[in-house]
Design a protein around this ligand. Structure first.
Ligand code: DAH
Length: 338
C-alpha cells in the first residue's frame, strides 16, 4: 500500500510539473483527488484494512493527499501568474503609436480667411470681432435698414426674439467699431453670418463674410477702388482687374457691386464666369452719411468706405468648389484635396 501511494505521489508530481495550463491542472486534481480519484478510492478502501493498521495507512493516505493538494495549489499560483502576465503583454498599450498620427491642416476656408486678414493687416487695418447673436439695432436699424425691409422677414433672418437675431451680415461690426473708436478707422471684421436659407448648391444657412471699414478725412471712392484692386491682385493673380457696377445697400451711398476678371479664363468667358469674363465677389460703397452721424461721426468732416466680402465664395472660386454645402460637411475625402 505504501509503495502504491508513493508511486501515485511520484507520478502525479511529474505530471503536475509538466502541466502548462490552469485547466489541465484542474482536470488532474479531479482525476487524482476527486470523488472517484485514485487516492479517494484508496481512502474509501480503508474499511477493508484491519483495525490495527487502519490509523497508520489512513495517515499515509492523508499525508499523500495533503502533499498533492499543496503541490497542485503551488503550481496553480505559478500558472495563474503566468496567464495574467501573458494577457497583460498582449494588451499593453504602445504609447509611441502617436508618432504615426496623420498631421492635419487648415480647412480651405480658414486658409483663405487668414490670407485675407494678412493682406489687410499689412495695409494697416485692425481686426475686430463682433457678436454672432446680434440685436436688430446693430444688424439693421443703425445700418439704415428700414423696419419694413425684406431682409427683416423671418424667411431671411433667424430670430431669437423680436429684437435679437443671428447676425445676417458682418456689417453690424461697422457700427460697433464706430461706437468705440473715433476716426481715423481702418478695420476688418471676419466672421460667420446666418440666413434662414434652405441649403442647396448655392446657399447655406451659415456662411462667412469679412467686413471692411475705413473712415477718415478725405476718403473717396478712389481709395475704395485702389484698396480692392490690390486685394484682388493679391488674392487671385497679379493681372486681375476689378470693375464696379452700381448697386444699392442702405448703409452705403453710392453703393457698388464689385466683380473681378475671371481667374479661370482670364476674362475670355468660361463656365465658371458663365461666359461673362467677370465674377462678382463683394458689395461695397461710401459709408452713408446717416450711418456716420448715427455713430457720432460728423459726415461733413469725415467720409469712409465699407465693403463686405463673401469668404466662402472666394474659397469656392479659387478651389473650383461647385457646391456651397460641401465645405461644411467635414468629409475627409473633400478636405484631403487641399
Ligand atoms: N452686408 C452686405 C451683404 O451681406 C455686403 C456689403 C455691401 C457690405 C456693401 C458692405 C457694403 O460693407 O458697403 O450683402
Amino acid at each position: 500500500m505504501e509503495q502504491k501511494i508513493s508511486e501515485i505521489i511520484q507520478r502525479t508530481t511529474l505530471r503536475i510539473n509538466a502541466i502548462n495550463s490552469v485547466k489541465e491542472l484542474n482536470d488532474l486534481k479531479v482525476e487524482v483527488l476527486g470523488k472517484s480519484g485514485e487516492l479517494t478510492l484508496i481512502l474509501r478502501g480503508l474499511k477493508d484494512v484491519n483495525a490495527q493498521d487502519r490509523p497508520i495507512v489512513g495517515k499515509i493516505v492523508n499525508d499523500a493527499r495533503v502533499e498533492l493538494e499543496n503541490a497542485i495549489e503551488a503550481k496553480l499560483g505559478v500558472l495563474e501568474r503566468k496567464e495574467l502576465n501573458d494577457k497583460l503583454m498582449k494588451e499593453k498599450i504602445d504609447i509611441t503609436i502617436d508618432r504615426k498620427r496623420p498631421i492635419g491642416k487648415l480647412h480651405p476656408l480658414n486658409e483663405i480667411k487668414r490670407k485675407a486678414i494678412d493682406f489687410f493687416v499689412c495695409m494697416g487695418f485692425i481686426v475686430t470681432d463682433s457678436p454672432e447673436i446680434e440685436t436688430t439695432y446693430y444688424n439693421f436699424d443703425m445700418l439704415n435698414i428700414p423696419p419694413d425691409h425684406p431682409a427683416r422677414e423671418p424667411q431671411d433672418t433667424f430670430f431669437v426674439t423680436d429684437e435679437i437675431i443671428l447676425r445676417t451680415q458682418t456689417s453690424a461690426g461697422q457700427i460697433r467699431t464706430m461706437e468705440k473708436i473715433k476716426p481715423p478707422i481702418k478695420m476688418i471684421s471676419p466672421g460667420r453670418v446666418f440666413r434662414s436659407d434652405e441649403a442647396d448648391a448655392t446657399h447655406t444657412p451659415c456662411f462667412h463674410q469679412m467686413e471692411g471699414l475705413v473712415v477718415d478725412k478725405g476718403i473717396t471712392m478712389c481709395d475704395l477702388k485702389g484698396t480692392l484692386s490690390s486685394f484682388a491682385k493679391h488674392f487671385f493673380a497679379a493681372d486681375t482687374k476689378i470693375r464696379f457696377r452700381p448697386s444699392h445697400f442702405p448703409f452705403t451711398e453710392p453703393s457698388v457691386e464689385v466683380d473681378v476678371s475671371c481667374v479661370h479664363c482670364g476674362g475670355k468667358g468660361c463656365n465658371v464666369c458663365k461666359g461673362t469674363g467677370w465674377i462678382e465677389i463683394l458689395g461695397a460703397g461710401m459709408v452713408n452719411r446717416k450711418v456716420l452721424s448715427g455713430c457720432g461721426i460728423d459726415p461733413d468732416i469725415y467720409t469712409g468706405f465699407a465693403f463686405g466680402v463673401g469668404l466662402d465664395r472666394i474659397t469656392a472660386i479659387i478651389h473650383g468648389i461647385n457646391d456651397a454645402r460641401v465645405p461644411f460637411e467635414g468629409d475627409i475625402r473633400f478636405l484631403k484635396q487641399f
